[in-house]
Design a protein. Sequence first.
Length: 435
Amino acid sequence: MTAAAPTVRRHGWRAIDTAAGGLALDLTLYAASGVFATVTALTSTLLPHRAWGGVAAVGYLVAALAVAGQLLIRRRRPASALANLPARWALTAFTWATTALLPVVLQSVERAGGRTDRAQEEVIVVEESGRRLVDTGTPYLGHDAIAALPPGEQLLGYTPYQPGMALFGLPRAAVDAAWTDARVWFALATAAALALAVRTLRHAGTPEERDRRDGPVLRGVQAATVLPVCALTLAAGGDDLPVLALCLLALALAAAGRPGRAGVAVGLAGALKLFAWPVALVLVIWGATHRAGRRVAAGALGLPIAALLPVLLVDRDALVENVLRFPLGHGLVTSPAQSPFPGHLVATALPAGRAVAGALLLAAGLVIAVRLARRPPRTAADASLVCGYGLLAAILLMPSTRFGYLLYPLAFLVWAPALSRPGSANHPADPPDTA
C-alpha cells in the first residue's frame, strides 16, 4: 500500500504532462505566464520588473496563440510536423528569446543609455565586485570600508556571493557598454550550461530511451527558462540562472553516469553561490552509492575551495563579513529579502521569532540529513527530488528569503523525470559510471 502512492502521483503528473501530446500543459503555461507578466507590467513597484512585464506579456501571448493553433492542427492532422515535439522545442526557444533574452538586451541597452532604473541591485553588486577583483584582488569590501559608505549605499557595498560570481562583472570593469552588462553574461552562461545538459541527456541510454526522454527534457528546460520566475529573474537580475543551469547540468551528467564531470559542474555552481552547496552534498552522497564519491567530491568541493583560497589570503575579514555575517543577519545592514514565507512571518511576528524560525530550519535540515543517511539517493532522479524538496523547505523556513528563489526547487522537481530511465522501474538504475 505504501509503495502505491508515489506511483499514483507520478502517473497523475504524467497524465497532465502528456495531455494532447504535451500541448495542453504548454497552453496553460504560456497563458498563465502571460497573465502574470501583464499584472507585473501594470502593478509592480519595481521598475525593472514592470519593464520586463511589458515585453514578456507579448511574447507569452504569441506563444499561447501558437499553441492554440497547434492544438487545432493536431485535432485535424495528428501527424502534422507543426504539432509535434520538434515544433514544441522551437516554440520554447522562441518564448525564451522573447520573454527573457529580449528584455535582457533592451534593459541593458537602456541602462547603457543612461536609464538608472533598468537593473536590480544584484547586477550593480556583481559588476562592482568585478571591478574590485581587478583593483584589489578580492571582490569584497571589508567591514570598515562598508561602514565608511553613506548609509544609503552600505547595502550595495555587500557582495553575498562566492568569489566566482565576480567573473561576470569583469567585462564591465573593462568597458562600460550594453554588452558588458552582467545579465548578458548570465544569459550566455545559462544558455551554454542548459545546452550541454540537453545534449548530455539526448546522448544517454538507448535510442528508445532517448526518444522517450525528449518530452520530459523539454518540460525541464521550460521550467528553467520560460517559467516567469526564471525569465523575470534573468531579465532583471539574473545571478541565480547560471547557478541553476550548472546544477541541472550536474544532475544530467550524473544521470549519464559521469560522476567526475557532474562534480565539476556543481563545483562551478558552488563557486558562484551558496545555493549550489546543498546540491553538491546530495551529489557526493549519490556518487558514494556508485563508488564514485571521491570523483564527485573532487570537483564539487575542490572548485569552491579553490575559488575561496585566493580571496581568503587577500582579506579574510572581508570574506567573512560578506559571505557569512551579512547572510546570517549580522552585517551593518539587513538583507531586503523579505518575501512573506512562513520563516519570515515567524521571525517577524513572534517573540524571539528569528530564533524560532532558525530552529524550524535546523529541524528541517536534520530531517533531510536523516533521510539521506537512511535512504541515500541512488539515481540522479532521486537526487534531483531530494534537492527540490530540501531547498523548498529551506526557502519557506528561512527568516530572510526571496520569492525568486523558488526557481531552484521548481526546476529540480520538474527536471527529475528527465533524469529517469523511461520505461524502467520506479527507481531506475543510472547508466554505468564512465567518467
